[in-house]
Design a protein around this ligand. Structure first.
Ligand code: NAG
Ligand code: NAG
Ligand code: NAG
Ligand code: NAG
Length: 798
């Protein structure tokens, strides 16, 4: 072998001439100017003749690797010859060459065989490979790996593969039909992810050249987890001491388990063991993810002093595996029970001359607490002429211990046990609170308190709100109450315009057995804040701040009523007092606005010089704090041809308009029938009243109720309609304008039945003003209003 390689390295030629064909064999990658062979000699030519006879290589397409040295007759290498480039993986690599010589003309074929040298190392395309193997796979399993590439051929190509030293795997090489060698990883010994989750191996490919060349690839074996480990608790038994007065939610103990598996196989869930009793389940809860055991219900040492149960930890693998532990919770007694004294028998009264040692009563005492908390000792006040003698078990006898003198002390009271004989009593039967509207929610609006003269639990008070409805919604959605101290909180802010007053029924309950309770009422009044700006209702076409068009004749005199602005304010009291002001005008000398009524009148007669288009900006303000305002722009057109509206209307009514005439007729008819009907009704009522009044003296029909907030006042809402030629007034019931107005129609049996007086005791606006509003709003009408006879005349028109 060695000599063969040496022979490759120095150069060697082997030639033969087959039927005029000469073959040379040279290794690839020869140096330039290396001699391939002596052509002159091998072709039988005379060296000195070569020039003359012009020996040459017939130029062929493609790269030329050789040239002729005509002086010596040698064929020499001119360029690098890479066998892999020329012939790839084919086992033989021949370069044909044709030579021509003249005089006489001869053609010689020469073949040059390029021999492979080991100039390439085996190479893995992927330098790293990850192989995932399940933990449970049996030994003997095979995992094919990538084969390495080596461009060299024959023995210089990949000969074999090696794997780095390890405990679990060996390598076999499978020979493919096409000659490729495929390495395979074979599991020799079972894997354990918990011991070693990742194995790093080196795969080496070795070729058969001399010297040997090799290439490597890293193989990472990841062992996939199997759920082969059960959760393990850190302790077999968890113990805890818990006070019997522990509140619900108190954390008692945390159990903890670990699982060596990973992913879902290692994810632990804690549960009460299957055989856990319902009693345990009512008292305790376990957090599935943290294993923290908490109190779920009130515990009582006197009922059960020790709770024992098992907890299971389960992983989420498939199949799931579990672990177990025990938990013991000792309920520690606290002295939560007062000793109870029971008088078994009592002899009373007793003669004052009873001998010392006379038994008066048999008394026993008990306390359900345990240990020292349950030990009861009875003592007597030392000055009393009695003594307690311990008798059988927990019984005592009360005996006289000195002379009794009825004249000094006619009776003795031995205070024994409280009986729940007193209900809690509220400090007030009804509470009145005022809450500003728009306050932030969550404030304390009121605190109620009650006292109970009993002792202990018999005097422990808890407060609650009794359910009732406020505007069809449960009161509990408006307020809530602190059960311990009676503070009442609002749950949202109130809107005076929607809700003015409501009441809350509260209850105080003691914890005696049976418990006693008492009720109280909290009246909540919402106070108005100036949170509404005045809203313009007339001229009705005008939205807030927008434009209203009015027309007036140029012939108008001073004091002519151009229009009237009417606004309302949803607030009440001062917050709803509206005043009008002329803020801007095209000509301030021409118009004036009445501060109270909103009437726009001319200050002087209109002259020819006045512009025909006048614009007024009227500001409407309320009297609240902070002040709210609105504006309206009125545009007035001065028109030459315009008649006085009153004339126009007269003219209109005299027009033979049949339709209007018919409507008028209907209106008159309906008015008449309504009047007749009401008259009849009132007559009947009056007769009844007079009969009743013989016993009661006076008869008064009240429309207002004492419980104002229960039945909201019905107030007048006046709506002006100017619809075509008919103008009319609608008087509607409602509580939009003011809630404090109340009408009372009173009929004295003394007065004439037909006479009604309209009394408006608490109105914030003068009724006359309302009437003048109506009057002025209809400047064109012939309407008059007599306040004494409202009932007859309040609807009319044209
Ligand atoms: C519970 O209380 C007992 C008696 O006081 C004590 O011996 C024990 O160590 C306590 N256990 C725990 C877990 O605190
Ligand atoms: C369990 O504990 C976790 C973490 O403290 C908490 O997020 C989860 O709400 C608890 N689960 C229950 C049912 O209380
Ligand atoms: C009632 O308790 C709450 C919360 O502890 C407290 O904010 C409030 O001031 C208390 N009310 C009274 C009247 O003490
Ligand atoms: C308190 O009100 C509730 C519900 O209206 C009623 O059932 C209860 O009898 C009342 N209690 C007293 C002491 O008046």
């Amino acid at each position: 072998m060695q000599s063969v390689f040496l022979w490759w390295h120095y150069f060697f030629l082997l030639w033969s001439t087959i039927k005029g064909q000469t073959r040379y064999s040279i290794p690839e990658e020869l140096k330039q100017e290396s001699v391939v062979g002596n052509l002159a000699k091998d072709l039988g030519l005379v060296v000195s003749e070569l020039y003359r006879r012009k020996l040459r290589i017939t130029s062929e397409a493609g790269k030329q690797y050789f040239k002729l040295d005509l002086g010596k007759g040698d064929l020499v290498v001119t360029d690098r010859i890479d066998r892999e480039e020329l012939c790839g993986q084919s086992p033989s690599c021949l370069l044909p060459l044709e030579l021509v010589i003249d005089n006489p003309l001869q053609l010689h074929r020469v073949e040059i065989e390029i021999q492979d040298t080991n100039d390439h190392s085996p190479n893995f395309i992927a330098k790293e490979k990850i192989v995932k193997i399940a933990e449970l796979v049996n030994p003997g399993a095979r995992f094919p790996l990538e084969s390495a590439q080596d461009p060299d051929v024959g023995t210089n190509s990949v000969r074999t593969y090696l794997i780095s030293k390890n405990e679990h795997f060996k390598l076999t090489v499978k020979n493919h039909k096409d000659g490729r060698k495929i390495p395979e990883l074979v599991l020799e010994r079972a894997l354990d992810r918990e011991k070693l989750p990742v194995h790093n191996l080196i795969l080496t490919a070795v070729d058969g050249g001399d010297p040997v060349r090799s290439g490597t690839s890293e193989i990472t074996v990841i062992v996939l987890d199997n759920n082969d480990n059960a959760p393990q608790f850190e302790k077999q038994l968890y113990e805890a001491n818990l006070s019997e007065c522990a509140t619900i939610g108190t954390e008692i103990v945390q159990v903890k388990a670990t699982d060596a598996d990973e992913g879902l196989n290692g994810e632990i869930e804690y549960l009460f063991a299957e055989q856990t009793t319902d009693l345990i389940l009512t008292f305790f809860d376990i957090n599935r993810s943290t294993g923290i055991i908490v109190v779920k219900n009130n515990l009582d040492h006197e009922t059960t002093s020790l709770h024992r149960f098992d907890v299971t930890a389960k992983d989420k693998g498939n199949p799931e595996m579990d672990g177990h532990c025990s938990v013991e919770i000792k309920i520690v007694d606290i002295n939560d029970n007062i000793p109870e004294i029971i008088v078994t028998s009592l002899t009373t009264p007793i003669p004052e001359d009873s001998a010392i040692g006379t038994v008066i009563a048999i008394i026993s005492a008990k306390d359900p607490d345990s240990g020292d908390n349950g030990k009861v000792t009875l003592t007597m006040s030392p000055k009393s002429p009695f003594r307690l003698n311990p008798s059988i078990s927990k019984h005592y006898s009360l005996v006289t211990n000195g002379p009794l003198d009825r004249e000094k002390n006619s009776h003795y009271i031995v205070e024994l046990l409280d009986v729940n004989d007193n209900p809690p009593v509220f400090s007030q039967l009804s509470y009145v609170v005022y809450v500003k509207e728009n306050h932030p929610p969550g404030i304390i609006i009121c605190s109620v308190s009650a006292t109970d003269p009993d002792v202990g639990g018999n005097a422990k008070i808890s407060y609650s709100i009794l359910d009732s409805k406020v505007q069809d919604v449960s009161v509990s959605s408006y307020v809530y109450m602190n059960a311990d101290n009676g503070s009442i909180y609002s749950m949202h802010s109130f809107d005076y315009e929607k809700l003015k007053v409501f009441q809350i029924q509260v209850q105080a309950k003691d914890q005696g057995s049976p418990c006693l309770s008492s009720n109280a009422t909290v009246h909540v009044f919402i106070l108005d804040q100036n949170d509404n700006a005045p809203a313009v209702i007339y001229p009705s076409s005008a939205a807030l701040g927008s434009l209203s068009h009015q027309r007036m004749p140029r012939s108008a005199k001073a004091g002519h009523l151009v229009t009237k602005v009417t606004a309302v304010d949803a607030d009440s009291g001062h917050n709803a007092w509206i005043s009008y002001r002329l803020a801007e005008a095209t000509d301030t000398s021409l118009f004036t606005v009445n501060q109270y009524t909103g009437e726009v009148r001319t200050k002087r007669a209109v002259s020819e010089q006045d512009e025909s288009s006048q614009r007024l900006l009227i500001e409407i303000k309320d009297d609240g704090e902070p002040l709210q305002s609105a504006t309206i722009t009125v545009s007035i057109l001065l028109e030459d041809g315009l008649h006085e509206p009153i004339l126009e209307l007269r003219h209109k009514t005299s027009e033979p308009n049949r339709k209007t005439g018919r409507i008028t007729l209907y209106l008159i008819l309906s008015l008449a029938s309504v009047s007749v009907l009401s008259l009849v009704t009132f007559l009947i009522l009056a007769v009844k009243c007079i009969r009743n009044s013989r016993s009661s003296g006076s008869c008064c029909m009240r429309r207002s109720d004492c419980d104002d907030y229960k039945k909201p006042n019905r107030n007048l809402q006046i709506q002006l309609n100017t619809d075509g030629p008919i103008k009319y007034v609608e008087v509607l019931g409602g509580d939009m304008m003011s809630q404090s107005q109340s009408f009372r129609s009173c009929m004295s049996p003394m007065s004439e039945y037909s006479d009604f007086t309209l009394i408006k005791p608490s109105s914030t606006t003068d009724f006359k003003e309302v009437i003048s509003v109506l009057d002025a709003s209809l400047p064109d009408s012939t309407w008059t209003f007599e306040s004494q006879q409202v009932s007859r005349k309040y609807l009319l028109l044209f």
